[in-house]
Design a protein around this ligand. Structure first.
Ligand SMILES: [Zn+2]
Length: 307
């Protein structure tokens, strides 16, 4: 699943390539992806992409604005677990057909006024595809006048890379989370926006904290250390993703992870075997030597199965 660093990379890529281009047409090939009907998706056609922003893991394509004031229309996208955005220099002009493939939504863009980027064949234009693999559909697109009208955006906590996200803000969030486990607190979008299952594992490993540690038990030094790790883990991941093509981002994310998705492999820090705790729909990975004083965490699902 794309998290803050990957969505930020997509934001930068779209800012570079899509801003200034007119929306020619949007093809919706998976009806369930579009969560709004007013304004209709056809309202975007003929308007120019004016700015691209990010709210947590939501990508927000501003359309029809002047690039300074908030745009009058927004195409807001949440890629969910298996969704992806693919920039395409050569999109076929013919409308995409609804079908069973991964394509969910296609945005056809025209050339920038007065400065065609490259000579393109007749009937071919640039744009981007939203795709979703697998059968569990979570990809969501919204056309709204204000991104805050998207329920998931309205609920978001502070962005961990924003200037306003200070050590004090984090201390307060952890205090208010009470006895809730750090792993769940870090990936709760209403507490901190943008960190998901992968980067919460990475942050906790780098901070040498147990995923099950109650949030309000960190002392001031612990909060300060966690704060630094959150900022550097995300910033490093963004740096690695910078300039990559959309189809390279997923591989880069995976390659950059130290513990997430690496159960059974040696911890790059201490060499201990990375362990896993499974839940019904996901799993977390951690290093016992680095994070839990060498003590393996109880895997509730596994213990239940063994009974
Ligand atoms: Zn380790």
């Amino acid at each position: 699943m794309p998290e803050l660093p990957e969505v930020e990379a997509l934001r930068r890529l779209l800012t570079e390539r899509a801003v200034g281009r007119p929306v020619v047409r949007v093809d919706v090939t998976a009806i369930s992806v579009l969560k709004t009907y007013d304004p209709p998706i056809t309202a975007l056609s003929g308007l120019f992409v004016s700015d691209v922003s990010r709210h947590g893991k939501f990508l927000d394509v501003g359309v029809g604005g002047d690039g300074v004031a908030p745009a009058p229309l927004h195409l807001v996208v949440h890629l969910a677990r298996a969704g992806w955005l693919q920039w395409r220099e050569n999109l076929p002009a013919l409308p995409a057909k609804p079908g069973k493939g991964p394509l969910a939504l296609r945005v056809h863009l025209g050339e920038r006024e007065g400065q065609p980027d490259s000579p393109q064949a007749e009937g071919v234009a640039a744009g981007f595809d939203l795709t979703e693999a697998g059968t569990k559909k979570g990809l969501a697109a919204y056309v709204v006048r204000d991104p805050a009208l998207v329920p998931g955006v309205a609920r978001l906590g502070p962005d961990p890379l924003a200037d306003a996200f200070t050590v004090e803000v984090l201390a307060d969030l952890l205090h208010r989370a009470g006895r809730a486990q750090l792993k769940g607190v870090l990936r709760d979008q209403s507490v901190i926006a943008g960190i998901g299952n992968a980067y919460s594992d990475e942050v906790l490993h780098a901070a040498k904290l147990s995923p099950f540690k109650p949030a309000n038990t960190l002392d001031a030094d612990g909060v300060a250390a966690l704060y630094e790790v959150i900022r550097t883990t995300l910033a490093d991941a963004i740096e690695r993703a910078a300039g990559l093509a959309t189809n390279q981002l997923k591989g880069e994310k995976k390659a950059g992870l130290q513990v997430h998705g690496r159960a059974g492999q040696p911890c790059p820090v201490c060499g201990d075997t990375i362990r896993e705790v499974s839940f019904s729909d996901r799993a977390l990975q951690y290093c016992a030597t680095c994070q839990t004083g060498g003590k393996p965490l109880a895997d509730r699902r596994l213990s239940k199965l063994l009974k």
